[in-house]
Design a protein around this ligand. Sequence first.
Ligand SMILES: C[S@@+](CC[C@H](N)C(=O)[O-])C[C@H]1O[C@@H](n2cnc3c(N)ncnc32)[C@H](O)[C@@H]1O
Length: 223
Amino acid sequence: MGNIKIIETGDGSSSLYNEALNETYHSSHGALTESRYVFIKSGFEAIMEGKTEVNILEVGMGTGLNAILMVEQALKYPEVKINYVTLEPFPLSEELIDGLNYNQLLDEHLTPYFEALHQAAWDEEVEILPNFKLHKQKTTLEHFTPTLSFDVIFFDAFAPNKQPEVWIVDNLKKTFELTASNGLFVTYCAKGQLRRDLVSVGYEVERYPGPPGKREMLRGWKK
Ligand SMILES: C[S@@+](CC[C@H](N)C(=O)[O-])C[C@H]1O[C@@H](n2cnc3c(N)ncnc32)[C@H](O)[C@@H]1O
């Protein structure tokens, strides 16, 4: 994936900048703020009510920020079992992970879990907490062979103009098939073409207020 550097975003949290793609891993307005708002609040919290088990698919594990924020949720809701499957064809080096400042910004009881997420073996299910199972898969969405359907899909690929091949209709069809009934596809992206493509594969799509610095984002429901 070329040369990758650590950067600081608008809320003081770290992100990464990929020079070859000229693209950051998170919003420059705030990585932590964006992840909490787009994926946790508008994704997980929107579907978790009344559930005792939630299956989550993340497309693009990257720094593990969404994953550690979901561990935080698992600690908050010990009665809810979370199965977290995350795809990443280009795992980051230990040096980059160690240079991120999430452990300084998040509650200190999360630090050992951030390490556990990154040290967990690839391509096998690992128990991080009694109610949080992690299955990191070193693969692309295109090559992923699912064994579950998912209550929420965190679609956190690089932007469509940087990695158009990840946002193709065939991939969106695949995510639709993998979405459980009444499940949710959530992304930071608000592009009109994506909205039309999500509708074309079967989602009921809503424009949703975006995180700071972005007017809108998209959510797709499988009704
Ligand atoms: C925007 S970043 C992810 C940010 C991440 N969720 C985080 O919190 O750091 C996009 C990620 O998608 C990964 N990726 C690239 N191509 C992919 C593909 N075809 N399928 C799944 N992930 C892909 C990249 O390597 C990168 O780590």
